[in-house]
Write a protein that binds this ligand. Structure first.
Ligand SMILES: NC(=O)c1ccc[n+]([C@@H]2O[C@H](COP(=O)([O-])OP(=O)(O)OC[C@H]3O[C@@H](n4cnc5c(N)ncnc54)[C@H](O)[C@@H]3O)[C@@H](O)[C@H]2O)c1
Ligand SMILES: [Fe+2]
Length: 372
């Protein structure tokens, strides 16, 4: 028997922030991405809150949140004793807040009634996942804290904050959405439900991510990418991911390559690798390629897969994603020195076990070499 629930309540649309008007007499801690500090958007959020609430704002958030930052946040929270925690930011901010809320709920003198996530990137889907990816700064390892108890109680999806997202953040976080959906689509725990969510996310990404990357993006374009991100999050939270993520986590931990970009670099090589080792995966991606209109239904499986990879690479080029670590400014020899270590750690990453083919250490090293 397979039990599956979506515990997070999702409010979606331009008016979803109105949910915040419903709180009063609460102690509210807003953990907020630094880009929002002193911004009109944050002033707008503050204006929505009843002034009978006591509101504190905490902005000590950094990308790839280190465990030490979570500890500092917990200390701050204990001085506030919030009844409601609201995370407003990218995946890093939401993950750090998940850690803070998770440990806060374990402390007897705290009573956190609700933990709300408001994503400002269309990327991680963290607002609906049971993961919080935290970094051990000493070992440079990214550890996912995995527990349903880290799931936000509510997620508010609004295009308001993503509008300020610079093209690079839009591109990399958007590629993260695509990788979540494409890995979940063939992951070992995938089923018809997760496939439906992943497929819709993939369609939306190919249509709306190039639009969101342009200055002419509309609220509707932004909202469609935001929903794609959430759909992909719901899918991979159940289906699992794979070796793109297992390997990308090491590039993030070692070299601070933005998460979505690290995934983007590895994606075409891992798809080709998984297809060559698992015929079911090849068939599934080939069928998807035809469904998405990249190849005709009559063409051979090989042609369909070729067209699928071409479509991914075309998207990466449109979004101006660096294709290799060298393109991103990381010295090849420095990266080469870390290959064995990264492969060993990728084998231990929890995403590894959901890959549809058990790649070995040499396979992972070869795959890394493609993106040096
Ligand atoms: N919990 C999960 O399920 C999950 C899934 C995938 C990835 N992750 C983790 O999430 C992190 C990546 O999150 P991300 O891709 O959202 O990036 P991020 O949160 O690290 O943000 C990247 C940068 O963009 C800025 N930013 C965010 N939103 C912005 C906006 N609207 N306008 C202007 N600037 C903005 C941030 O301040 C930051 O400098 C990684 O640590 C990754 O490992 C978590
Ligand atoms: Fe991701």
């Amino acid at each position: 028997m397979d039990k599956w629930t979506f515990p997070t309540q999702i409010y979606a649309g331009s008016d979803s922030l109105n949910r915040l008007t419903e709180f009063n007499n609460e102690s509210i801690l807003i953990i907020c991405d630094p880009f929002l500090k002193d911004s009109p958007s944050l002033t707008y959020v503050m204006g929505l809150m009843d002034n009978k609430n006591e509101v504190s704002i905490y902005t000590d958030v950094v990308p790839d949140p280190p465990i030490s930052h979570v500890a500092k946040g917990i200390e701050y929270m204990q001085g506030i004793k919030p009844s409601i925690i609201i995370a407003i930011g990218g995946g890093s901010c939401i993950d750090m807040s998940k850690g803070i809320a998770y440990f806060g709920r374990k402390l007897k003198h705290m009573n956190i009634k609700s933990f709300i996530a408001i994503p400002t990137t269309s990327g991680t889907g963290s607002e609906v996942t049971s993961f919080a990816v935290l970094t051990d700064s000493e070992t440079k390892i990214k550890y996912p804290l995995v527990d349903d108890a880290v799931l936000p109680d509510e997620a508010l999806l609004t295009p308001l904050f993503v509008k300020t997202s610079p093209p690079g953040v839009t591109a990399y976080s958007g590629m993260d959405v695509l990788v979540h959906a494409l890995e979940a689509y063939v992951a070992t725990a995938a089923n018809n439900f997760t496939d439906a969510l992943a497929q819709q996310a993939i369609e939306l990404v190919f249509e709306y991510l190039p639009k969101c990357h342009k200055t002419t993006a509309t609220d509707q374009d932004r909202m469609s990418m935001h929903e794609a991100s959430c759909l992909a999050g719901l899918s991979f939270n159940k289906a699992g991911l794979g070796i793109v993520h297992a390997m990308a986590h090491q590039l993030g931990g070692q070299f601070h390559v933005p998460h979505g970009l690290a995934n983007s670099m590895l994606l075409p090589y891992v798809i080709a690798f998984n297809c060559s080792h698992n015929p079911e995966v090849a068939k599934k991606y080939a069928d998807l390629s035809a469904k998405l209109g990249f190849a005709s239904y009559e063409s051979s499986e090989e042609k369909k897969l070729g067209a699928f990879l071409e479509a991914i690479i075309k998207l990466q080029r449109t979004l101006e994603c660096p294709m290799t670590l060298t393109d991103f400014g990381i010295d090849k020899a420095t990266a080469e020195e870390k290959l064995n270590l990264m492969a060993d750690r990728a084998l231990e990453d929890m995403c590894y076990r959901f890959n549809p083919y058990p790649a070995n250490r040499n396979d992972l090293i070869k795959l890394y070499r493609n993106v040096l």
